[in-house]
Design a protein around this ligand. Structure first.
Ligand code: BTN
Length: 244
């Protein structure tokens, strides 16, 4: 399922969005699987749910990785999300930061977001042909307009080289790809690092705020939440976990 990641690295000073740059490479048939596109600054960084992703120039890691799949069914696409989130958490643990996954693939440290992931898939029939995995990881930025954000520097109290982070992160991705191929259970790793798993949390769905418990995640990525004694399954746009 996975090609080695980071054999080719394209480093840009400035780009609209590394995901857009990667999408163009794929569209033009010029992509090499596992290519990493890194930018010091994005003029139109994009986040999930059509949000804007902002970052101080030169302070954070902004990258996209191109994945090409031999046999990934659309129904199994959440596996890639799990793989990315687990790899990020494992990387942060390795550098001494205790991080957790906020469904589906935000990365938190003590309820503060340290990284966000935007995955864009190119489909062919019922298969995912390729995916662009965009990652924004806060490295040296100290102040955020969103108070519920943090960075490696905030957590460790020291400047960290983005180049160093890049190489360590690529190593973590490749290690986790190898252990996945050897049969390690991504689902279990994902759930054991999932913020709020089996613990009462406040949520917001179309009916309003409620207290519920995350019971799991379906193969298609839907979140399973126990609400008023009934298990309900939610798509991304249908529920928010409230970090109160
Ligand atoms: C989110 O949490 O909303 C996802 C944020 C993803 C941001 C990264 S930064 C690199 C890549 N290029 C983009 O335009 N977005 C992703």
């Amino acid at each position: 399922m996975f090609h080695p990641i980071g054999n080719k690295i394209i480093h840009l000073d400035e780009v609209d969005s590394t995901n857009n740059y990667a999408a163009k490479l794929v569209f033009d048939g010029k992509s090499v699987p596992g290519t990493v596109i890194l930018a010091d600054h994005q003029t139109a960084g994009r986040g999930q749910r059509s949000a804007v992703w902002t970052s101080n120039a030169g302070e954070n890691m902004l990258l996209s990785i191109i994945f090409e799949h031999d046999n990934l069914a659309v129904a199994d696409q959440f596996k890639l999300s799990q793989f990315v989130a687990v790899s990020l958490v494992q990387f942060l643990r390795k550098i001494g930061i205790k991080a957790a996954i906020k469904w589906p693939n935000d990365i938190l440290v003590e309820k503060r977001k340290i990284a966000g992931v935007l995955i864009e898939n190119q489909l062919s029939g019922s298969f995912v042909k390729s995916s662009i995995v965009g990652i924004g990881l806060n490295v040296n930025q100290l102040k955020f307009t969103d108070l519920q954000a943090t960075s490696i520097r905030n957590e460790k109290g020291e400047f960290t080289s983005i180049q160093e982070v890049l190489y360590q992160l690529i190593a973590s991705f490749n290690e986790s790809a190898q252990s996945t191929q050897r049969g390690s259970q991504l689902e279990d790793l994902y759930l054991s690092n999932l913020f709020g798993f089996e613990v009462e949390q406040r949520f917001l769905d179309e009916e309003g705020e409620f207290t519920g418990i995350i019971k799991g995640v379906e193969m298609d990525g839907r979140l399973v939440v126990l609400k008023n004694g009934t298990q309900k399954k939610y798509d991304l746009k249908e529920i928010s976990l409230l970090l109160v």
